[in-house]
Design a protein around this ligand. Structure first.
Ligand code: SF4
Ligand code: SF4
Length: 480
């Protein structure tokens, strides 16, 4: 006779293994699981709050801070002009820019290998805006996680419509502000205020981008939320390649915490230990506060943004139950297993050497960056002309960039072969501070200096009688 259990479906995997099959924000069938993280309090949250205020102050005041008349930071993609700490970088500085980006990413790699995703939890604009601004507004309007759950399940009565409308109007208004701040980092606040104050018809493109940015941020902070860190941000994806057993991460001390079990009323920790239990009282507070919905007791996971909320929640539980805080803490796997601190591993040393080399090259390039940079190009469609006096002429276009914060007079001198060089319309070019000037240049040569169809020409670029650059080009004309 078959066993009564034979036709029963297989026993499902225990819940703690479920995380391997789907991410925390999705149900087993793939639907989005909306998260209601509980409000968190604790020393890490307080420190993060203060740090966030500082970052928000810098972020919102950044476009208005100027150094030598230039913005602190501006990525003016339409005009191909990048300003970092008041210094303008042009497309001609591409090598410096590429090196700086390489240096930045190498720094990120080293930092992540040593300290995990400290950046994500403490300084990433997405986390700061989501957890310190939008989430707090949501708590203020809708209450803590249990109230939010109740409101979500409630029918659409007047109270729910009122709260939801207020929340989304505030979110939309804030997204508009955030979008405009981002836009002012791209085009500068002066251009942005022009878009706002001028008649709309004059800035249709700017207005469209402004609306798109606002809707984008509203979508991210009102709906997409932690999905941005899980699915969009490439940095989160890199972490599995960058972290190793020596990286400091937000970690659950499983040696101390296991075996988990609820703390019975009046039970002492000593008694629990005797019964084979660890310090984790299975209260799930660490999961309840997690903004990405994960259980850190399952180990380091892709979704963890190192926000420290679970550290605060668990420390609170440990303190209340009379245990030592730090069951969830900043630690490496080796730190938890063998009590080791941060180690300078060969990998870290290798990255550091690359970082140092890049930093030296970048410093040399920055120190030798000339004040003036000129480019000479043949005027489009022109070949050569014979002048009434028998000489031949070629027409060129010169572009001069002034990288200093003062206006510079720039003079071009023909150094070889003998001939004349005329800057059309002006003898010298005056390039305004941090600007680009463009002029036509006419070079005339005697026929007897033209030994071949293309004669090499050398031009000196001078400012205040100091040679700044040497330009080389070719003069086209009939061979003598
Ligand atoms: S908060 Fe601490 S004690 Fe509670 S379940 Fe998490 S790890 Fe265990
Ligand atoms: S596991 Fe902890 S540190 Fe990681 S995201 Fe969740 S609450 Fe933040």
């Amino acid at each position: 006779m078959p066993s009564p259990n034979a036709s029963k479906p297989p026993v499902p995997a225990p819940p703690e293994e479920d995380f391997r099959d789907h991410i925390a924000t999705a149900h087993a069938d793939g639907r989005r699981r909306w998260l209601y993280p509980r409000q968190v309090r604790g020393k890490y949250f307080r420190a993060r709050t203060w740090f966030s205020w500082l970052l928000l102050l810098i972020m919102f005041s950044g476009p208005f801070i100027t150094i030598n008349g230039n913005p602190l930071l501006m990525m003016n993609i339409p005009e191909r002009k990048f300003v970092v700490l008041g210094q303008i970088f042009w497309p001609q500085d591409m090598i410096i820019f590429a090196l700086a980006i390489l240096l930045f990413f190498t720094g990120v790699v080293i930092f992540t290998a040593a300290y995990g995703r400290l950046w994500c939890g403490w300084a990433c604009p997405q986390t700061v805006m989501m957890e310190m601004v939008f989430r707090k507004i949501e708590y203020f309007i809708e209450g803590d996680a249990p109230e939010q759950r109740t409101l979500a399940k409630a029918p659409w009565n007047a109270g729910k419509i009122f709260k939801r409308t207020i929340k989304h109007v505030v979110f939309l208004a804030l997204s508009f502000v955030v979008g405009n701040v981002l836009l002012s980092y791209i085009i500068g606040w002066q251009s942005l205020s022009g878009i706002i104050t001028d008649p709309p018809a004059r800035h249709l493109t700017g207005l469209t981008i402004m609306i798109l940015f606002s809707l984008l941020f509203y979508g991210i902070f009102a709906r997409f939320r932690e999905q941005a860190c899980t699915f969009i941000c490439p940095y989160g994806r890199f972490q599995s390649a960058l972290l190793d057993e020596n990286s400091i991460v937000v970690a659950y001390d499983y040696k101390r915490g296991e075996k988990r079990g609820p703390l019975r009323h009046g039970q002492k920790f000593g008694e629990r230990k005797f019964a084979g239990f660890g310090d984790c009282v299975a209260c799930n507070q660490c999961v309840a506060v997690c903004p990405t919905g994960i259980d850190i007791r399952n180990g380091t996971q892709m979704e963890c943004v190192h926000c420290t909320a679970c550290m605060d929640a668990c420390d609170h539980v440990m303190t209340r139950t009379g245990a030592v805080p730090g069951l969830i803490r900043y630690a490496s796997l080796n730190g938890i297993e063998r009590g080791e601190g941060l180690k300078l591993t060969p990998r870290l040393m290798g990255y550091s050497v690359v970082l140092a080399v890049l930093a030296v090259i970048l410093s040399v390039l920055l120190c030798n960056r000339s004040d003036v940079e000129a480019t000479l190009l043949r005027a489009p469609g022109s070949l050569f002309q014979q002048m009434p006096d028998g000489r031949f002429s070629n027409l060129y276009t010169v572009q001069v960039i002034n990288k200093t914060s003062r206006d510079l007079p720039v003079e071009l001198r023909l150094e070889s072969p003998a001939g004349t060089l005329t800057v059309m319309g002006a003898g010298t070019i005056t390039v305004p501070s941090q600007k680009l000037a463009e002029n036509s240049v006419l070079i005339e040569l005697d026929h007897n200096t033209m030994k071949s169809g293309t004669t090499p020409v050398v031009i000196g670029v001078y400012s205040n009688n100091k040679k700044m650059q040497t330009l080389k080009t070719a003069f086209i004309g009939p061979r003598n």
